[in-house]
Design a protein. Structure first.
Length: 417
């Protein structure tokens, strides 16, 4: 198997730590909760400091669940500030590696392929990881954790299961650790990519540790779990063929991307509204820049207390800037891979971006329909560009779960790294 030097770096208690740093406080000694008190005691806590975690307070919960005898500071969420800090961290990563070797997994977590940089810096992967982590601390005051592995999977699992518990917040796994560490992970939900629903199915087969997945063959899992079965078996054996530079996780050419960290849990019934709004924003960006795309990447992250998620890409039959085609592609991935779990993160990226200097009609479509759609989009885009993104909104944007109006006001309609 190919061996790379992959770093998976996470910002410890990111939202809460940012609020502490802004106040000149130490998140490891300060009991702080990121939540909106105006929503009452039922408001969700988006993050808590390590000081509160040590006292048993979970990152994701409700204010009323915090023990009454604990004194703590409440900080109202400031998403624009967190995005700004996240960009600062990403710029630090880009001081060490090229953009093509970086994958931003979420607002507080990234993968770095440092394989081709170790000779340049005359460092081991552990030494380079510590250098990057120290730089983050010096420039932002934030503490990071890091998992190191020969592929993305093992780096991520090293981060999730070991590094956060080590004194230096760093852990390195090799393929030799598959049998001694990976196979001993239990409960199964501690493994990246396995949610409660999948764990129950595996428990019903008498499987309670990752290593016990090898009781059955890869063909068994493909029949039992469909498209996810082969990946499940491969991951249980430490195999991950994803490659930041060359594979679907990130296209080498310029891409348009948009990600959201949601303020509350969404279900597979309510999240399509968010996906639709994000596709609308990205499609408009394509049209504004006279571009089209031919690759759509889509990912979901479940709530942190559950963990896991998925990220896949689809190549379109032809280049497009159509919101409907992009949305349908995202929903195809979504429907094939989603589990019935609370969703907190959505990521969409459009790849293989090319200029669109003329309208290429599909001979198998009704030409008048295509022309009409483009005319309508042109009119709507011109109004939004002149009067603001919220000047024209879909009726669905008035629904409770919509986030488009708030994002347009705070982030300019898109989150671009």
């Amino acid at each position: 198997m190919e061996e790379r030097n992959i770093l998976c770096i996470d910002l410890k208690s990111f939202f809460a730590s940012v609020e502490c740093v802004e106040r000149g406080l130490d998140p490891f000694t300060t009991p702080l909760v990121v939540a909106d008190p105006e929503r009452g005691t039922g408001a969700i806590t988006l993050a808590v400091t390590p000081a509160l975690k040590e006292k048993g307070v979970p990152s994701r919960g409700r204010i009323y669940e915090i023990p009454k005898n604990l004194k703590y500071i409440t900080a109202k969420p400031r998403m624009s500030l967190y995005v700004k800090k996240s960009k600062e961290i990403i710029n630090i990563f880009l001081d060490f590696i090229d953009k093509e070797d970086l994958h931003v997994y979420s607002i507080d977590e990234s993968f770095l392929d440092v394989t081709d940089y170790l000779k340049l810096y005359k460092m081991t992967d552990v030494e380079l990881a510590k250098k990057i982590m120290n730089t983050i601390k010096e420039k932002t005051g934030l503490t990071s954790t890091c998992g190191i592995g020969p592929n993305l999977l093992l780096a991520k699992v090293a981060l999730d299961t070991e590094s956060k518990h080590n004194k230096d917040f760093l852990a390195k796994w090799t393929y030799d650790d598959v049998k001694t560490k990976l196979w001993n992970i239990t409960p199964l939900t501690e493994m990246w990519g396995i949610g409660p629903k999948t764990m129950k199915k595996l428990n019903d087969l008498g499987i309670y540790k990752v290593g016990e997945i090898n009781k059955y063959s890869v063909s068994f899992y493909k029949k039992r779990f469909g498209i996810l079965g082969e990946e499940l078996w491969m991951h249980a054996n430490g195999i991950d063929t994803s490659n930041i530079k060359n594979d679907n996780i990130k296209t080498k050419n310029k891409s348009y991307s948009l990600s959201q960290i949601l303020y509350k849990d969404y279900t597979k019934m309510t999240i399509p509204l968010i996906i639709n709004e994000m596709c609308s924003t990205l499609a408009k960006r394509l049209r504004d820049n006279k571009k089209v795309c031919s690759i759509v990447s889509f990912g979901i992250g479940y709530s942190k207390n559950i963990g896991g998620g998925f990220h896949h890409s689809r190549k379109l039959s032809e280049s497009t800037s159509s919101e409907k085609i992009i949305y349908d592609s995202c929903m195809n991935i979504f429907n094939n891979f989603v589990e019935d779990l609370p969703i907190r993160k959505v990521y969409i990226a459009l790849g293989k971006i090319e200029s669109n200097n003329y309208l290429q009609l599909n001979l198998f479509e009704e030409n008048e329909k295509v022309v009409l759609e483009n005319k309508m989009n042109s009119i709507v885009d011109s109004i939004k560009n002149k009067f603001g993104s919220n000047s024209i909104l879909k009726a669905s944007s008035l629904m409770e779960y919509s986030t488009i109006k708030k994002r347009n006001n705070t982030l300019g309609g898109h989150n671009k790294y």
